[in-house]
Design a protein around this ligand. Sequence first.
Ligand SMILES: [Mn+2]
Length: 399
Amino acid sequence: MKDFCTFFRYVPPKAGPNAKEKIVVDEVFISDTTNKREILVFSDLHLGGHWSKSTVDEMRMFLTKLAKIAEEYVHTLVMLGDVFEMWMSPITITPTSKEEYAESWKSHKEISTILRCIRKMADEDNVQVYYIRGNHDWDMDAELAKELFGPKVHFIPGKLIYCISNGSQEYRIRFEHGHDYDLFNCVELAPEDSPLQGKPIGYYVSRCAQTSKDNYFSDTELVIQDTLRWILSVIPNKIIGSAIAEILSKNFFQKRLLTRMFEGALDLEITDDSCVLLENDKWVRLKELIKYPFIELAIEKYGPSRTYGMLEAALGNYEDFLPEMSEDVVVLGHTHRFKNAKFLGKLEHMYYVNSGTWIDLADHLSYVKIYPPKRDEDGYIAIDFNESKGYVEKFADES
Ligand SMILES: [Mn+2]
């Protein structure tokens, strides 16, 4: 049982690092006697993108089955970001508007079934449905989420903290997509009044990858990770993290890093004429973007050590950030790699789980299932794969 000390020491996370994010803390009572207690989480479907052409049908089947048992067993469904792909216009084309995207999803055979299943769970089966925004669906808002999933969907542009109690115990679960920890997808490092115009580097990498026929089917996150591994391999081993961040913030290195990243995505050499067309009909030169000192800005805002942590996060490793979290369970997405591990959090041990992805390139189509503990029985947290069982960790208070 949680003692009151532990309970009162808990402080929810602050909004940020991106000021546009919101923190929502929801208190939920789940009785020991109900079967309706499963919390399901999936993320990174990239629906509508070129990378989910076949997995979209797997998700349709998964949700059709889930909708049949939802009334009895499912308490909460969390869509944890990058559910839709909204960064897929080639660089020389006016970006597709969110209204156009919405129409294309509603008229898509499989996606429309997915929307219907989730809407049924929210409207008829008394499932708490949450839509948490990621980076590739950054333009999603409450209005559009309600249009797609019905009036009962809760839209969260940030983090959700779930405080679950059964009357005698209290458990906290944090849900967030995770892109804010990623140096290349953190919106705070892309000021509106900079050449980036409010869009993180990852946005431009994604648009570049959608422009090249060869990279059409490749995952943007992989382009970023491959380039990062390349530059890290060039830097001598004995240099420590914060010094690596300092080196990469130097104009010469940042330019090399971003040139390789954009050229890798485009599969073309960048010239003075390589430009990206934005919604406001403005063109931005890739050469201007490469020069914008966003790593230096990160060091200024967060310090070199945390900036290096953000570089690691871009490689899929959140270990620098987990120790500062004080929930019992932390669920993130974004890395496209499922994970279930025990960590030392701020207050005590916590479980970190990553929901993985449902894109065509994935080895496993994974989702998270959390079964909150009862008074006399441990709960569990599991990574399940579509059609097969994955990794299970028991989770309960150890005192
Ligand atoms: Mn993401």
